[in-house]
Design a protein around this ligand. Structure first.
Ligand code: ADP
Length: 171
């Protein structure tokens, strides 16, 4: 008799907005689990440009254009402590992307706290690729607000959403 084990992973983040750096992590994480949930956090601390609903929509659009084999990807908003969300979804691991210097301290602390609260859930770090090492949602927003070209770092759908936001703010 063969038993089917489904491996579920959660990739949580603010995704304000989703970048090609995030997409690269999603592509790679999708090779490691059968079911990948992209959890969009409210993150009022960071004062997001896009509402949680808008971010879910943008991430879903980008995912729909992605070629993924053997993994079901789901996008949803969550609004609770990450570890409770992971337990509720019965996921085995949390995925996080790690850029050279900027992410380490925060990620190290968060992983430590999560491991104390729920030792059975592993955090898996995927190193950012050279190409996207310096790409961050906050820089993208800043550069775009000052009319810089960010088309290399986000998909056309995200670029047009940023344009739309900028025009809304001007009027
Ligand atoms: P958070 O507010 O949780 O840091 P982000 O949307 O900024 O949410 O990032 C979600 C995850 O993606 C984090 O683990 C972050 O380190 C990672 N990440 C962000 N940008 C990149 C990138 N360019 N390459 C790889 N990982 C990234």
């Amino acid at each position: 008799m063969t038993s089917q084990i489904t491996r579920t992973g959660i990739y949580p983040g603010t995704f304000d907005p989703i970048t090609k750096g995030h997409l690269h992590i999603i592509q790679r994480a999708s090779k490691l689990v059968d079911h990948l949930i992209i959890g969009i956090a409210p993150n009022t601390r960071k004062g997001p440009l896009f509402s949680q609903e808008e971010r879910v929509k943008l991430v879903s659009e980008d995912i729909a254009n992605m070629h993924v084999k053997h993994c079901e990807i789901e996008v949803e908003a969550f609004d609770e402590l990450l570890i409770h969300y992971v337990q509720r979804k019965k996921a085995q691991c949390i995925f996080r992307g790690l850029r050279a210097t900027s992410d380490f301290e925060y990620e190290f602390q968060m992983t430590g706290m999560n491991a104390q609260m729920e030792p059975d859930i592993e955090t898996v770090f995927l190193m950012a690729s050279d190409k996207y090492q310096f790409v961050s949602s906050s820089f993208i927003k800043e550069i775009h607000a000052l009319d810089g070209d960010i088309s290399k770092f986000v998909t056309p759908a995200v670029l047009s959403a940023l344009e739309h936001k900028k025009n809304q703010r001007k009027s």
